[in-house]
Design a protein around this ligand. Structure first.
Ligand code: FE2
Length: 152
């Protein structure tokens, strides 16, 4: 089923919210392409992009938390790593010719939304208050650079 983005998924850091929305768009595209004929090549490309984008999003989040000196960074990283292993395994099975598209989209969907609503909400205040100014401007040059690098 398609995900309908809602403001409850926003954690209040635009660059992160945009990345989460992008992942949701990828998941929705997988759902769309699944039932279609002759969409195999496109589906393959979207699945790879979805996995790659999710992994680079995790790295970006971790760098923000690290710069903010977030105390639960280690736990958050463990959650990312466990999930990254899970989706890499699914990608491998997909490359081997197994039909995993719906499983991958489903797993990502349920994990991601729960993760956004709990773990990501938890770091939001720390990152906002320590790294971003009151008006939401990035306070440090390094963060600004990182934000520019990843903002799409
Ligand atoms: Fe996260």
């Amino acid at each position: 089923m398609k995900i309908v983005w809602s403001s409850e998924y926003e954690i209040g850091i635009p660059v992160i919210d945009n990345q989460h929305k992008r992942i949701v768009e990828y998941i929705n595209t997988v759902h769309e392409l699944q039932g279609q004929r002759d969409a195999e090549a496109e589906l393959r490309a979207v699945l790879h992009n979805l996995v790659d984008y999710t992994l680079s999003h995790f790295a970006f989040e971790e760098s923000l938390m690290e710069e903010a000196g977030y105390s639960d960074l280690a736990d958050h990283q463990l959650a990312h790593q466990a999930f990254a292993r899970q989706i890499e395994q699914l990608r491998k099975r997909f490359i081997q010719g197994n039909e995993v598209a719906s499983e991958l989209a489903g797993v990502l969907q349920s994990w991601l939304l729960k993760h956004i609503l709990t773990d990501d909400q938890s770091y939001s205040d720390t990152v906002k208050s320590r790294l971003l100014g009151r008006r939401g401007k990035a306070a440090s040059g390094q963060v600004l650079q990182a934000v520019r690098r990843y903002q799409r």
